[in-house]
Design a protein around this ligand. Sequence first.
Ligand code: FAD
Length: 309
Amino acid sequence: MEHIQVLIAGGGIAGLSAAIWCQRLGLSCLLIEKTDRLGGQLHHIYNEITDFPPLVYDQGASLVKVLIAHPFIQQQNIRLNETILSIDQVTKQVTTSKSVYRVDYLLIATGVGWNEIPTLADCPSVLSPWFSTTAQAHTIAGRDIAVIGGGDRALESAANLSLHARQVYVLVRSSGWRARPEWQKKITGLSNIQVLWETQVSDHQEEEARTVLSLTSKREGNPQTIVVDWILPRVGVHGNTAGFDGLDTFGDDYLQTDSSQRVNAPWIYAVGDVSNGAAYASLSLAVGQAMKAVKHISLQIQNNRSMSM
Ligand SMILES: Cc1cc2nc3c(=O)[nH]c(=O)nc-3n(C[C@H](O)[C@H](O)[C@H](O)COP(=O)(O)OP(=O)(O)OC[C@H]3O[C@@H](n4cnc5c(N)ncnc54)[C@H](O)[C@@H]3O)c2cc1C
């Protein structure tokens, strides 16, 4: 069985930053990424990144290029197309889709996944959760769209889509916005947006390449059905924690850590979106947390060495 000093789960900016710090502090590490490319969510950022100083990047892909070209990343042991499946807290073994590793430290940087709407699981009109309402909105020009959700991302999407779509329905389960006032303001007065409060999708049916959504609503006067071309669920994200059983979580499956990014197991750390919750998800925080976690691991190793001397 392969023995790994620091196993990094996830090749987004958090995992890559951790790999850079491992190299810098002389720790040997292996980074495992489940997809066929490094960068994680960065590939889905089509807007300009202005809040990751000191540079401004025109989109996430440009930042990925810079990261991958980093000399410390070039020297790292990275395995793509391999998924962490489970951990054994007693033996400190990590099982992946391809192997089993014995590890000293595990650093979880698996990011977030979109929440799904079970009723729409088999609906062909549901857009990919990574659909960009800026870069790809022209592909739905003149169509009728249902955006589901009442948070910032739902309203941002509705506002962007309204520039191209014929009609945008915003289906909100509750009776008020979760979105911040600035996003509420952005959709106010847009004539092709209709908000359906306290409304949920109960069923769907495909008819002549369009989708009839059956709705249940507590509000009198809301339609019982709407016909749309596309549906964009924007009902939040959750931490990618499948397989990491026994670790404490908060909110929507986010890993709870102490101030050194350590979870409730002394050999496991969590950094980036998987440990932050949606409100604090950001590049800067992910990078800073990676530094903190790897430095803490390095100090643990030094302490263990000096105690055994
Ligand atoms: C549209 C959009 C715009 C954004 N704009 C900004 C912005 O302008 N400024 C800013 O600061 N932030 C922005 N963000 C947020 C920022 O992108 C994230 O906070 C950051 O990329 C999170 O990085 P991460 O490494 O924690 O997670 P991710 O990028 O999600 O990476 C996690 C990686 O882990 C892999 N993985 C998951 N599960 C497993 C497993 N079991 N085994 C192995 N690998 C696994 C995934 O495939 C993925 O590659 C934006 C996000 C989006 C979606």
